[in-house]
Write a protein that binds this ligand. Structure first.
Ligand code: AMP
Ligand code: MG
Length: 425
């Protein structure tokens, strides 16, 4: 981490000291740090293509064939030789046979002749153009074709989709439904993918109880382990749920060491805000290389990032909304990069605000928003309760409305960037 130029310095918390006031790290600087820290796992598995769904390719896929492999019809109609047609008169042609998908018409079509053809069927020898059946009239074995057609229309050519020998998928591509279909269309039964990422996660805090346990005075249920579980589950990683760890130096050290031994990435929540960082920071200084930051964002200001041995460490804040926001904005791109994808920040779209968004300059604001389509325009309403402990707001939202660091309030009717939740949340 030391070779990355950042203007802010990590917070050096000493037990008992007042909170220092270091400059804040920008969101962009966090991404720069993560793009350096996160390294793709090297292990490769060879699996049947269906098992590769949601995983990342570890090889380039080269097309062994042309797709389509033969010229075929895009329509149900009649295959003919374009030179038969006239620009100023209708013509009549004899139907001499048919070509169905999966079969073929044997023989050569001569001038003055045509062949009945179905979508996907081979273009018969001697023809180069298909006229849709709706555009002719047929009387017995004779069709009448009008004017205004184009040479080669409705013919799909060999290699038009994918050419034999060309790279059609590259290393780092995530296999989705389209890629599964594409691999199948090339006849690939198996592919090489990166091995599954192992992610350990736990919560820290003496106040936390797990569901099923009774709550005593001052205690709350641990919800972060459930939101983190939910988001990780949809990423198709191997989950290692290590439960709740007490605010106790020995317990924290043991948990961190165990997690780093078995996982590629360790995600914790809580215990990284300055007032509370004592044990977590003490332990991480001893066993890892982790920096504690205050990020110029809202929610999600405190954040610890670094390495424990080879494992990437994310110390997310404790507040439930901050956890989801920092996971989505930072952990997600970093983990996806470790899975083998290129590092990519969340994509944004422009939306028009439906009401005033209050803000002071200084931090990038990720307001919980509800995006809708109205009269063909993307609108966003971010007027709900925005505090970082209000998890119900996260449940109502379907996007973050992003208000830049230096911006003040945004008036209704102005444009803002939105990050639409892509199904993880
Ligand atoms: P901390 O950063 O540990 O001081 O936590 C900040 C706030 O988040 C406190 O109100 C904690 O009680 C709350 N919090 C921390 N961890 C969790 C958790 N796992 N589930 C729900 N709330 C939590
Ligand atoms: Mg805590």
């Amino acid at each position: 981490m030391k070779n990355i130029p950042v203007t802010a310095s990590p917070i050096d918390v000493k037990a008992g000291c007042d909170e220092p006031n270091p400059s804040l790290l920008t969101v962009q600087q966090v991404h720069q740090q993560l793009a350096q820290l996160a390294k793709p796992v090297t292990g490769i598995e060879r699996v049947a293509i269906r098992s590769a769904l949601d995983r990342v390719l570890a090889e380039d896929i080269i097309s062994p064939i042309n797709v389509p492999s033969f010229a075929n019809s895009a329509m149900d109609g009649y295959a003919l030789n374009f030179s038969d047609l006239k620009s100023d008169a209708d013509i009549k042609l004899n139907v001499i046979g048919s070509s169905f998908a999966g079969g073929s018409f044997d023989g050569k079509v001569q001038l003055g002749q045509c062949v009945r053809i179905m979508t996907g069927a081979q273009i018969p020898d001697g023809t180069d153009t298909v006229i849709m059946q709706e555009q002719i009239t047929r009387d017995g074995d004779v069709i009448t074709v009008g004017q205004g057609h184009c040479a080669g229309q409705n013919v799909r050519h060999p290699g038009e989709d994918m050419q034999q020998g060309s790279v059609v998928l590259t290393i780092g591509k995530t296999i989705g439904a389209a890629e599964l279909g594409l691999l199948a269309s090339l006849g690939y039964p198996e592919v090489n993918i990166r091995r599954k990422l192992r992610v350990a996660f736990f919560s820290t805090g003496d106040e936390l109880r797990s569901v099923g346990e009774p709550l005593e005075q001052g205690q709350i249920y641990d919800s972060n382990r459930y939101t983190i579980f939910g988001m990780l589950k949809k990423m198709d990683v191997e989950l290692i749920d290590m439960g709740v760890i007490r605010d106790d130096e020995q317990a924290i050290e043991t948990a961190f060491k165990n997690a780093a031994d078995i996982a590629d990435a360790v995600i914790t929540s809580g215990g990284v805000s300055v007032g509370e960082a004592d044990y977590v920071k003490l332990v991480l200084d001893k066993i890892g290389k982790v920096d504690f930051w205050r990020v110029a964002m809202k929610p999600g200001k405190p954040l610890a990032l670094g390495k424990i041995n080879n494992a990437l460490f994310f110390g997310l804040p404790g507040n439930p909304v901050s956890v989801m926001a920092t996971f989505y904005l930072f952990a997600l791109p970093a983990l996806r990069h470790m899975m083998g994808q290129a590092y990519q920040q969340p994509l944004t779209a422009k939306a028009i605000t439906k009401s005033t968004i209050k803000k002071r300059p200084g931090r990038t604001d990720y307001q919980r928003g509800i995006a809708t389509h109205e009269d063909g325009k993307l609108m966003v309403d971010a007027s709900g309760i925005q505090a970082s402990h209000i998890l119900s707001g996260m449940s109502q939202a379907n996007c973050f409305a992003v208000i830049p660091q230096d911006s003040g309030s945004i008036a209704a009717g102005e444009e803002v960037d939105v990050i639409l939740f892509d199904g993880l949340m």
